[in-house]
Design a protein around this ligand. Sequence first.
Ligand code: ADP
Length: 329
Amino acid sequence: MRLILLGPPGAGKGTQAQRLVQNHGIVQLSTGDMLRAAVAAQTPTGLIAKDIMASGGLVPDEVVVSIIADRIEQGDARNGFILDGFPRTVPQAEALDALLKKKKLKLDAVIELRVNESALLARVEKRVAEMLERGESVRADDTPEVLSKRLSNYRAQTEPLVHHYSDKRKLITIDGMMPIEGVTAEIERVLAAVTKADETTQAAKHKVATKRAAGPSKRAASPSKARKAAKGAKKAAKGTAKKAKSKRVVKKAAKKATKKVAKKAVKKGTKKVSKSSSVTRGASRKKAVKAAGNRTGRAVKAAAGRGRKAAKKVAKRPSKAAKRLTKRR
Ligand code: ADP
């Protein structure tokens, strides 16, 4: 889980961050703590940050961004982290967006702890008193004067992040005026809802991806569509059968007509043969018969042609048989 805690100084970010560490096994990345460590160790970064921090100002963006970029890389942050005190400006937020995008890491939520400003001074004073009681050294910036500067910095530079993250639909605002336990319970309740919503989205995405991988789906036809399709098919089949039957009838009629005409022609040809045999005196009967046969062949051919014509005519107007068949159906 990757979270950001947002809120003015004294809002309770540090306290809630520690509870989140315990409950979720993630690390707390506090730029304030890191910078204080750098100041104590007198590193180059510490030397830059020391006076700025003591006066309640903000350390340059590029310094804190590079600290966070390195820290996120470390093994203990792989499981998730809570950013406490970072980002503090819009450019820092944009740098973080780019960083996470580059590393293909998702930000789960930004938790804003909202508190009455009037309560903040009292809270910081209480914290100072407790630290002194424990014999701890007090932060140089935990004085009423510096606190008011930190607060005005928060309003001017950090509060715009509320819009940045609400636009990204990541913002969760919690009432930071509740007792510590109540704030923790509310954070946990909201985080559980965020996790559940994420799981649902992931499951839906997985379903879509699986469907896509399986190829284009054949949509099941609705019962009414199926009925319509069946009706159409039946009609088409009937039409084809009708056509086939009427074709058969036409063929039969054509055959009949051809036969009739041919028979007539043969009869005529034979008559001619007998006539010629009597007329062509001196010619052999064989030759006469052949000639007559040729004439008969031509006559038969012509008759066949006439027969086909007649058949075509018959085909054009449905025969009685065809009419009968159509009527019966
Ligand atoms: P606070 O309790 O005011 O939130 P922090 O411990 O987070 O204080 O930070 C202490 C100081 O460290 C800040 O006042 C600021 O000078 C410096 N600092 C911490 N984080 C950042 C940051 N992200 N950008 C710039 N300065 C920072």
